[in-house]
Unconditional design. Structure first.
Length: 77
């Protein structure tokens, strides 16, 4: 890595490009494209089709009864 330092452009030039990409929301687009390509390379669809929500990490207000707070509370009864 240290041997590559001489081949990189000056940091301020790189930063100008990064700011331009960030301001035009291109960083997110690059991320999404790379994620899609990685998923395809792994033999999966480019776009995820499902998500997971961990019910144990969701806190409920004190006014919500313990029997209806989350799956763990119902299962422990």
């Amino acid at each position: 890595m240290a041997g590559d330092a001489g081949r990189l452009p000056p940091w301020d030039r790189v930063y100008v490009f990064f700011r331009r990409w960030r301001d035009r929301v291109l960083v997110r687009e690059f991320h999404d494209r790379l994620r899609g390509r990685g998923r395809q390379d792994a033999g999966r669809d480019a776009e995820p089709t499902a998500g997971v929500i961990d019910s144990q990490s969701i806190n409920a207000d004190a006014v919500v009864g313990a029997d209806s707070r989350d799956w763990s509370a119902r299962r422990a009864r």
